[in-house]
Design a protein around this ligand. Structure first.
Ligand code: GLU
Length: 513
């Protein structure tokens, strides 16, 4: 099995492209095959600098790097179509010679006029093809001498495939079964341009053949081109070694209407690209899954399920398990709705699965980026407190800001107003005084100590806890209060709790005043 991912470097790689790469990768690995990256850069007008690097970085980050490609090399290179330029012309001319293709000299205006005339005559799907080509300027309508003259005069031309009349062209799609087209529905696509560059269709077929690709696995949007490709294989004499085709279902918007696009990401505020992209214009830039705090394994697991399912209840699959379980037969025909909540759920599951040590390392990295060095012991206790509470790695920093900074920062003012009343202040002051005599700030000891203290004073938890929590963290929610105390240490704990009454008084005063 030799499969290829063949993106055009026209911009950042959308999540749909990454899923195509993933499915190719999984099948190659399952069958001990080869996963190839081929850069399809024949359309110079749409070339975007940095896009190829983005594609490679995205695959690397996802952990699905190619076996053969522009950076890896391989026996079938080069792996960039612009570097294979010289290989396509011969095939184009060979097709002309055999009568399967022809020169076309029409200007864009003439083609436009043909379309308009056809529309006026009621033919709304008019294209350059079976029904119109004999009214156009091409080597089918010109005499051999005229054609030669136009070529000698170096008039701009294209080479178009000559689709046969009244035929049905069919192929078996590994996902959809038999697919067929009436040849009349297919236009005479341009396969070669006078600038010496092939178009996608010719280059794609020539390269898939030359690179001995066994399975073409790509997005559904290419299904309608496959009729043309089958003709190209036939005309070039390669039909008996034609690759198998599998067209993957579309990824749909969160509402299920239409294809998922960059626009949906902006509208609903979630990433649709693996990595961030910094464009010249602010509005063209975006944050990718990586910088949004997603783990690559979680994203891979999520993407695998966008159009495929294992047929069991199991939802968590490592890459190795996916390789083992994945089959073309279980890919759906219908589109897959993109559900960001599911992606978040996966991320949470994967964070939860990380060992405390791994998570602590990631936490230290994030803190380092913010210019703070964190001790191992602190990092470990810290991540244990938040592991079950976060969906994204950066949540570690935001949720525990009150532990990482000198000050509490934000107080939940509503809770302060509601809970800081009666003898709450007297209870807390007395507790803080007692606590000042304690040296052991281990969470288990602190809990035991506080329980004994409350029993002795015949007080309930409710008399002390709200003030304690609010004074230490600013909120009634969050990790256990004794863990917070332990991590803050004695000095910070006492400082915060001593200052809390005046902070709370001020909050209440501001509200009343
Ligand atoms: N270059 C095409 C793309 O950008 C490749 C389609 C195919 O896989 O044949 O999607």
């Amino acid at each position: 099995m030799r499969v290829r991912f063949a993106p055009s470097p026209t911009g950042a790689l959308h999540i749909g492209g990454v899923r195509t790469a993933l499915y190719n990768y999984l099948l190659a690995k399952k069958h001990g095959g080869t996963f190839i990256l081929r850069i399809e850069d024949t359309d110079q007008k749409r070339y975007v600098a940095g896009a190829e690097q983005y594609i490679k970085d995205a695959l690397d980050w996802c952990g699905i790097s190619p076996d053969e490609g522009p950076d890896q090399g391989g026996d079938f290179g080069p792996y960039r179509q612009s570097e294979r330029k010289g290989r396509y012309a011969d095939f184009a001319y060979q097709l002309v010679e055999k009568g399967h293709a022809y020169y076309a000299f029409d200007t864009p205006e003439e083609i436009e006029a043909m379309r308009n005339a056809a529309q006026e005559a009621g033919n709304h799907s008019a294209r350059y093809g079976v029904s119109t080509r004999m009214g156009m300027k091409n080597s089918l309508t010109f005499s051999a001498e005229d054609t030669k003259q136009w070529l000698d005069d170096e008039k701009p031309f294209t080479i178009r495939i000559r689709i046969p009349e009244d035929e049905v062209v069919s192929f078996t799609d590994e996902i959809r079964g038999k697919v067929q087209f009436d040849s009349g529905e297919l236009d005479d696509k341009v396969i070669f341009k006078s600038d010496g560059m092939p178009t996608y269709h010719l280059a794609n077929v020539v390269d898939d053949h030359a690179m001995k690709i066994s399975h073409v696995i790509r997005g559904e949007e290419w299904l309608s081109s496959t009729g043309h490709h089958v003709y190209l294989y036939r005309f070039l004499g390669w039909e008996d070694v034609m690759p198998k085709f599998a067209h993957l279902p579309l990824i749909l918007s969160p509402t299920g209407k239409g294809k998922l696009s960059k626009r949906h990401g902006k509208k609903f505020g979630f990433p649709v690209f693996p990595l961030s992209w910094n464009a010249e214009k602010e509005e063209d830039s975006f944050i990718g899954f990586k910088d949004a705090g997603y783990l690559p394994d979680a994203l891979i697991n999520f993407m695998a399920f966008l159009g495929w399912n294992p047929g069991t209840e199991q939802e968590i699959f490592s890459l190795e398990e996916l390789i083992e379980t994945f089959t073309l037969a279980r890919i759906n025909k219908s589109g897959a709705r993109f559900d960001i909540d599911k992606a978040k759920w996966y991320n949470q599951q994967y964070i939860f699965q990380m060992t405390d040590e791994m998570l602590a390392d990631r936490f230290k990295e994030i803190m380092k980026l913010e210019g703070q060095e964190v001790e191992d012991a602190f990092a470990l206790s810290y991540v244990r407190m938040f592991k079950e509470r976060i969906q994204f790695l950066p949540d570690l920093v935001t949720q525990g800001a009150f532990l990482l900074n000198d000050e509490v920062g934000v107080y939940d003012e509503k809770s302060v107003r509601k809970k800081w009343k009666g003898d709450a202040e007297a209870v807390m002051n007395d507790y803080v005084e007692a606590l000042a005599g304690e040296e052991d700030f281990d969470p288990v000891y602190l809990e035991d100590y506080t329980k004994r203290y409350l029993e002795q004073k015949e007080l309930s938890f409710g008399a002390l806890f709200p003030g304690l929590r609010l004074g230490l963290s600013g909120s009634l929610k969050g990790p256990g209060v004794f863990e917070i105390m332990a991590l803050l240490g004695k000095d910070k704990t006492l400082k915060r709790l001593t200052e809390a009454p005046s902070v709370f008084a001020k909050i209440k005063e501001e509200h009343n005043g």
